[in-house]
Ligand binder design. Structure first.
Ligand SMILES: C[S@@+](CC[C@H](N)C(=O)[O-])C[C@H]1O[C@@H](n2cnc3c(N)ncnc32)[C@H](O)[C@@H]1O
Length: 251
């Protein structure tokens, strides 16, 4: 027979288990904090498999394709004008239905060589269709961004849209992304930011509730430099929901 606590899911958490902080405040001499266990890889895959059929339509309705495009144009213009040369090697980590990669293709003056990875097979099916419609010849792989199946120092640009906030240890994934970047290469991460709408996302998807300062410190602590955050300001709803943070791998 199971102990009563186990049947209610009330098991003691191992001290070293990474978790996602939800709330922490001092009340006099008491510190009250609440944390959630991250979704496991299989829970993430299952949840995004279910979300895949309507994902691109939701992003279109919220205005993310436009907001991603304006943000990428600004980052490339201001932080990395050299990254517009032909044949650029790009990796999209957690490609979803391909919105970020399609936006990049609209901004780059010449075609790039695109690789993309996702934990959800259904998302990858949709990405294949959307990237194909956009004329992008991408190499797609099924896998986890915490263990990238690519050699080190391969990519000029690594992008990741709304993935890191799902992970109890986002810096481990960022270090992995930095590993596959060429020295001098650029990483661009979009994250759900702390806001009333972000709170809804946090409850539904068990995500971190990230401030721009925190996003910058995650990138810096993962070994990136020249780190800078920008809002996604083409649409008010995207500005409230997301922040983009870019940094370079040192030469
Ligand atoms: C919020 S969606 C964003 C999709 C896309 N980047 C965009 O901006 O529209 C997050 C995506 O990351 C994928 N994902 C989540 N955790 C992942 C992980 N550990 N490894 C790879 N992909 C992951 C999900 O399957 C999903 O497609």
């Amino acid at each position: 027979m199971q102990p009563a606590s186990a049947s209610h899911g009330l098991t003691a958490a191992p001290e070293d288990e990474a978790a996602i902080p939800v709330f922490s405040r001092w009340f006099g001499s008491w510190r009250i904090s609440l944390q959630r266990r991250e979704m496991s890889a299989s829970q993430l895959a299952r949840s995004y498999d279910l979300a895949a059929p309507g994902w691109a339509r939701t992003l279109d309705r919220l205005g993310f394709p436009d907001a991603y495009e304006a943000m990428l144009a600004a980052v490339l213009r201001e932080d990395a004008p050299d990254l517009t040369r032909p044949g650029l090697r790009v990796l999209d980590c957690g490609v979803g239905t391909g919105a970020l990669s399609c936006a990049l293709a609209r901004v780059l003056p010449a075609p790039c060589r695109l690789d993309a990875i996702d934990i959800s097979l259904r998302m990858l099916d949709r990405a294949r269709d959307r990237l194909g419609e956009a004329g992008l010849d991408a190499s797609l792989r099924h896998g986890d961004v915490r263990d990238l199946p690519y050699a080190g120092g391969l990519f000029d640009l690594v992008m990741t849209g709304h993935v890191l906030e799902h992970l109890a240890d986002p810096q481990a994934a960022l270090r992995e992304m930095a590993r596959v970047l060429k020295p001098g290469g650029l990483l661009i991460a979009c994250l759900t930011r702390r806001s009333p709408l972000g709170a809804y996302v946090q409850l539904k998807w068990r995500t971190h509730w990230v401030t721009p300062d925190q996003a910058e410190s995650w990138l810096r602590q993962s070994g990136l430099e020249d780190v800078r955050c920008r809002s996604l300001d083409r649409r008010a709803i995207c500005r409230q929901l997301s922040v983009a943070c870019a940094g370079k791998k040192p030469l």
